[in-house]
Design a protein around this ligand. Structure first.
Ligand code: ATP
Ligand code: MG
Length: 250
């Protein structure tokens, strides 16, 4: 059984079929890029997986379980984590407070034991700070005092704090240099081989560098689905996708 099974999913807005009868299966450990021109339906598909939007018809299953009706927080509890393109950090919470909240879910049973529980929780936060290259000495800084790269790393750390089985990343490279993007990839790979990572990206260097498989969306539908070398040489994809990059915002 695939980790994620999307079956004939449709989501319309008025007369627009933002996602039009998409079926796809994704296994644990896959790194799947979702590409396509502006308005192709990439974000809507992500919202359907994360639970921010519900399908008009069709089914989304995680490890065989129908999760159509589950809200984002319930999906998070089952291992679906998501980062957003627009910063989702709270301006009044420190770096440590952000991570404490994110790590808390997994340690809830420990919190009942107060002091010991808190110590274990803070040890996990320290571990996350180190893993994501965030300075322990500056853990009381508010997000505004972090560099842009540090903010992105904190957001990713929050997304993976739950040890997700399915990680959804919406344009994780936006605003980063190529070196910072490579650094992010190395940190994500350190999560191990198990999580499936699905990401939206417009940068083809990044897509070809990260993905083991590429989904191409066009007008709500799935235009192509295959390994990077196959997609890169697909003339139809080139015409529809690369031909439209002039209007695409990175
Ligand atoms: N909340 C909404 N209300 C109305 N129309 C919407 C809504 N969300 C998406 N759409 C429409 O659905 C289509 C797909 O949009 P979507 O945002 O999924 O595209 P996208 O592939 O993410 O594009 P981009 O690359 O520009 O981010 C578009 O025509 C868009 O206008
Ligand atoms: Mg989008």
């Amino acid at each position: 059984m695939a980790l994620l099974e999307v079956e004939s999913v449709v989501r319309s807005y008025g007369g627009v079929r933002a996602v039009d009868d998409v079926s796809v299966q994704i296994d644990a450990g896959e790194w799947v890029a979702v590409i396509g021109p502006n308005g192709a339906g990439k974000s809507t598909l992500f919202n359907l997986l994360g639970g921010q939007v519900k399908p008009n018809s069709g089914t989304v299953r995680l490890a065989g379980r129908n999760i159509n009706r589950l809200e984002p927080h319930a999906r998070y509890g089952l291992g679906v984590a998501r980062s957003f393109q627009i910063s989702s950090l709270f301006p009044d919470l420190t770096v440590r407070e952000h991570l404490t909240l994110a790590c808390r879910e997994k340690h809830r049973w420990n919190l009942a034991r107060t002091w010991r529980g808190d110590r274990e929780l803070q040890a996990r936060v320290d571990e996350m700070l180190d893993l994501w290259g965030l300075d322990r000495d500056r853990d009381h800084a508010l997000p505004a005092l972090l560099s842009y790269g540090e903010q992105r790393r904190l957001e990713l750390a929050l997304a993976v704090a739950s040890k997700p089985r399915l990680l959804l990343l919406d344009e994780p490279n936006v605003g980063l240099t190529a070196a910072e993007c490579d650094d992010l990839l190395a940190r994500l790979r350190a999560l191990g081989p198990d999580p499936a990572v699905v990401f939206v990206a417009h940068d083809m260097d990044m897509v070809l560098g990260w993905a083991t498989r590429i989904l191409v969306m066009h007008q709500g539908g799935l235009l192509a689905d295959g390994p990077p070398e196959e997609i890169a040489n697909n003339p139809f994809v080139e015409e529809v996708y690369l031909g439209a990059t002039g209007t695409t915002t990175a």
